[in-house]
Design a protein around this ligand. Structure first.
Ligand code: SF4
Length: 270
């Protein structure tokens, strides 16, 4: 039996994988053929077993459409890329209407997402109002949080806070790795669950970088984990790298799922 098959079998028990084991799978499993299918089927089966064959839809409301001074090179809203010609913000009434509509569909959670420059007090006020109108679990998604800001988020009634240490953080973004990690730890300290994502995956990322981010997220005790491939923004400097294939994305997603085992309470992919 080859090592990849043994590792996939080991991971099928839901106890997770070591960094070097996940790296080995990324390096050795191709994106077609029997081994590829075994990897995908094992990850799929583990997820179905852990979650009793049930999936949830998590809804998201984008509060604004605006440029962001952090100018992440993969982001359409980057100020440097100058893509946003017409700014827009949802009114409080519009946000409540959308939240109620999502609740009527029994979604698993509603995420309130704003670009990182969105005024924090305004974000809290809108979120507070939404909390009064819907009972569904709320997911916060804004910028970095100090411990005081994290307390405010918790007080509003959010259960989760979404935050990620992105691939290439600090190199293709103007944000500091340490602040991203501190935000996650602040969120956890005040009792929020942290939802995160391996993102945005592109052909420019080595498997070593991918494992290093997965390791950081696991050390941060994330409760909700997802994967997302980078979709090219046509005028971004990253556009020349192209995008990973759907098969490559599926492989990385399956290895991510096996890497975390059954410690994660939600898995997603977008
Ligand atoms: S911080 Fe968020 S909103 Fe701002 S540029 Fe980066 S990805 Fe876009």
């Amino acid at each position: 039996m080859n090592n990849s098959i043994q590792l996939i079998e080991k991971a099928s028990r839901g106890k997770g994988l070591l960094n070097e084991e996940a790296l080995y799978l990324l390096n050795t499993v191709p994106t077609k053929g029997d081994l590829f299918l075994l990897l995908l089927k094992t990850a799929n089966r583990l997820t179905r077993q852990q979650f009793n064959n049930t999936a949830e839809i998590h809804a998201q409301i984008g509060l604004n459409w605006d440029t962001c001074s952090n100018s992440c090179q993969f982001c359409y809203f980057s100020e440097d890329l100058k893509n946003v010609s017409k700014k827009r913000e949802l009114s409080e009434a519009e946000v409540i209407e959308k939240a109620k509509e999502f609740e009527s569909y029994n979604v698993g959670s509603i995420s309130l997402m704003a670009t990182a420059d969105f005024d924090f007090d305004k974000y809290l006020n809108i979120s507070r109002t939404v909390r009064k109108h819907v009972k569904t679990v709320l997911f916060g998604n804004h910028g970095d949080l100090t411990i005081e800001m994290a307390r405010e988020i918790k007080k509003v009634g959010f259960s989760f806070y979404y935050h990620a240490l992105r691939l290439g953080e600090g190199k293709v973004t103007k944000l500091e790795r340490e602040k991203r990690l501190l935000t996650m730890s602040n969120a956890r300290r005040v009792g929020l669950l942290v939802g995160s994502c391996l993102e945005p995956i592109g052909p420019e990322h080595s498997y070593e970088e991918i494992i290093s981010i997965l390791d950081e997220m696991r050390n941060q005790g994330v409760a909700w984990m997802a994967t997302m491939k980078r979709i090219s923004v046509s005028n971004s400097p990253l556009n020349s790298y192209g995008e990973i294939s759907d098969e490559e994305f599926a492989k990385i997603t399956a290895v991510t799922r096996l890497y975390y085992g059954n410690k994660i309470i939600h898995y997603g992919c977008s």
